[in-house]
Design a protein around this ligand. Structure first.
Ligand code: PMP
Length: 305
């Protein structure tokens, strides 16, 4: 991994290698923690963090959902992220930020009320999440044998680390089967989301994305809906079944790390002409214009460092 100089932890900037935890940290045993994934892009005016406030608010809300009270305000966490980018002297064209909170050392057993909450932010330079080639040519998806946990058994709208066991199993299975990424259905059989990204398809020039009934409220999904509507596309939020995804003209994934990743195949069914679709390509390029500060209509989403 690309190490940086500092990690912010519980209010201090520590050298990267010194941000350590005890092996009996509660989260290591019982899996209650929350994370964010935020990204800064190098614009003409230096690094700008994309939708910083929305990501930080979601972190605090995820914490509330899983009974983990983060002892910092949105403003304090925003400032920690801005300062971390400044202190690390990054040079690449983008930087991934990982704000997170977890339960530390001092309490064992499931009842976590008295376990100390630790809060940290790391940042590092990270290449294309699903590969540079995938961004240009599209990736291959496998519908997973794992479904997203039902709303009665887990909280998919929390960006909770516990939810990533399900994601990891699905991802591993897909990669072992020769695919790039997993697409997970919900417990009713409708498309929910990929292991770490939202799902869109295009049919007859219209964009369709499932509602967030059983998925994370993706900030990139929200951005793409706004952007696509501004570009004149109709966007529909409705349930999608696997057979409909198989005959889509185009499909793509949305995520802070995945950005706009085209999908060229799902379970051996080739979509469209088997390459990045034309609408996907337009949206991908429009998204990069937004995050790199080249579209003046969206600069309110950028926090310059
Ligand atoms: N779903 C899951 C399970 C994710 O991990 C992510 C990545 N955060 C997303 C969707 C996309 O969310 P966002 O666009 O807010 O990064």
């Amino acid at each position: 991994m690309n190490e940086a100089k500092y990690i912010w932890m519980n209010g201090e900037f520590l050298p990267w290698q010194e941000s350590k935890v005890h092996v009996l940290s509660h989260t290591l045993h019982y899996g209650n923690g929350v994370i964010e994934g935020t990204k800064a892009y190098k614009t003409d005016k230096g690094y700008a963090i994309f939708r910083l406030n929305d990501h930080t608010e979601r972190l605090i809300q995820s914490g509330k959902m899983v009974l983990l009270n983060i002892p910092y305000s949105v403003e304090e966490l925003n400032n920690a992220q801005i300062e971390l980018i400044r202190k690390n002297d990054f040079t690449g064209d983008n930087v991934y930020l990982r704000p997170f909170a977890f339960l530390g050392y001092g309490v064992m057993g499931l009842y976590h009320k008295d376990a100390p909450v630790e809060t940290a932010v790391a940042a590092w330079e990270w290449g294309a999440y699903l590969g540079e080639e995938g961004m240009r040519k599209g990736i291959r998806l496998k519908i997973s044998s794992f479904t997203r946990p039902a709303n009665t058994s887990n909280m998919g709208k929390a960006k909770a680390v516990a939810n990533y066991l399900n994601s990891q199993m699905a991802k591993f299975e897909a990669v072992e089967c020769g695919y790039d990424e997993a697409l997970l259905l919900d417990d009713q059989g409708y498309v929910a989301e990929a292991s770490g990204a939202g799902f869109f398809m295009v049919r007859d020039g219209k964009l369709i994305s499932p509602p967030n009934d059983n998925s994370l409220e993706s900030i990139t999904q929200k951005t793409i809906i706004e952007l696509a509507q501004d570009m004149g596309y109709e966007v529909v939020r409705r349930r999608v079944t696997r057979e409909e995804a198989y005959i889509a003209d185009e499909a793509f994934l949305t995520g802070t790390a995945a950005e706009i990743t085209p999908v060229r195949e799902i379970d051996a069914r080739v979509l469209g002409n088997g390459a990045r679709g034309p609408i996907t390509e337009k949206l991908q390029s429009a998204y990069f214009d937004v995050v790199f500060g080249r579209n003046p209509n969206y600069t309110h989403y950028l926090t310059y460092v």
